[in-house]
Write a protein that binds this ligand. Structure first.
Ligand code: FMN
Length: 357
């Protein structure tokens, strides 16, 4: 169906606030022939040890598609998503529009109205507010059929100990640290993450910028305990966490990674709109999922890989089908939303959207 390209541009423009790993925003949008949006992927932007097989990027694309779908549905349009076959082609999906969709139901209307509240909150959370069984049932209604969500509620100490071990070993590996620091910014910028929302003490900030400029300095300081500080920050965050969520996927295909992203966007927004913080925790489980798929994390330090191989076994004590666990997050009550100057920004429309009529 043909629609005015400016209308499509407006819908895409309103959806640019999709969350992506490190706020790297690896997608570009080409509106073609007044009928479709071709979404292309910039691999070099999203390159990161935690983005092996681009799985994290497929989930980020799911976040974008969900926001676009909510905006489109609110003006009576439905989306049809075609995943492109050729891997070497940087175009990942084509999105077409159809008329005649039902108006947003109550649940989707709620998510649509609260999209602006969604944010990554890395602060310690309050434990006092409950994530009740009723909340969990509500959240499960927001999920697509190819994915599942389970909670560790309350958080189990043995799992915390495991996560802390992974954290310590991982941050000793400078490739991981430097890939992340690359995106840390001094003040809110269109790309990357302002240091103020990273929950690091202000006295560490000069070191973060020294690491970016002189990578060798990171190796030296990690030997002198910089990684220990990281571990302490995570320990503090986890001790102020009400529950951990685990995303599961039924089979490893791009359309299911997209479905996970779409479901996650709804759950994330729901939690934030109900006074709960949300922080993705990729390192804890995604690499162990990738290993479980038979991929070899060749460049990864072998002690870390050994530890990640134990992850599923350990999770199996509390979670059914741990081999399907792909992504996790922490949540808990917050008493006030993140201040504006700690929030991430996005690239401008004209930097990422083109119209080819
Ligand atoms: C696939 C993916 C993985 C992420 N992993 C982490 C993570 O491990 N730890 C973390 O603190 N934030 C993580 N984030 C949060 C992003 O850094 C955040 O979404 C981005 O900087 C944009 O900020 P916003 O969510 O506040 O809009 C992840 C986000 C995505 C989409």
């Amino acid at each position: 169906m043909k629609i005015n390209s400016q209308v499509i541009k407006q819908l895409v423009g309103k959806s640019l606030f999709y969350p992506s790993g490190d706020n790297a925003q690896p997608f570009r949008f080409s509106i073609q022939n007044q009928e479709r949006v071709v979404v292309s992927y910039l691999e070099e932007k999203a390159r990161h040890p935690l983005n092996e097989q681009c799985i994290a990027s497929w989930m980020a694309l799911g976040h974008f598609i969900e926001i676009l779908s909510l905006h489109a549905q609110s003006v009576g349009l439905d989306l049809e998503i075609k995943i492109k076959e050729q891997k070497q082609d940087s175009a990942w999906v084509e999105i077409f529009f159809k008329e005649g969709v039902q108006p947003l139901n109550k649940q989707r209307k709620f998510i649509h109205e609260h999209l602006d509240l969604r944010t990554t909150d890395r602060r310690p959370y309050l434990k006092k507010s409950q994530l009740s069984q009723v909340d969990i049932e509500e959240l499960k209604k927001l999920i697509e059929v190819s994915v599942e969500l389970e909670f560790l509620n309350p958080v189990v100490q043995d799992w915390v100990v495991h996560l802390l071990k992974v954290e310590e070993l991982a941050w000793k590996w400078s490739e991981l640290a430097l890939s992340t620091f690359k995106w840390v910014t001094l003040k809110p910028m269109k790309e990357g993450m302002p240091w103020k929302n990273l929950n690091v003490p202000f006295w560490m900030v000069p070191s973060l910028f020294a690491f970016k400029k002189f990578p060798a300095f990171y190796r030296l300081s990690s030997a002198f305990g910089a990684t220990k500080i990281n571990k302490q920050i995570l320990a503090h965050q986890l001790s102020h966490t009400l529950a951990l969520g685990f995303w599961k996927i039924k089979s490893p295909q791009p359309q299911n990674y997209i479905a996970l992203g779409r479901s996650n966007l709804r759950v994330w927004t729901w939690l934030n709109a109900h006074g709960f913080g949300y922080q993705p925790m990729t390192l804890g489980v995604l690499p162990s999922y990738i290993l479980g798929q038979g991929y070899i994390l060749e460049s990864w330090p072998s002690p870390l890989v050994t530890l990640l191989k134990e992850t599923k076994k350990l999770l199996g004590r509390w979670i059914e089908n741990p081999q399907q666990v792909i992504w996790s997050f922490r949540t808990g009550g917050i008493d006030h939303p993140l201040p504006q100057n700690q929030r991430t920004l996005r690239l401008f429309e004209d930097e990422v959207i083109e119209i080819l009529d």
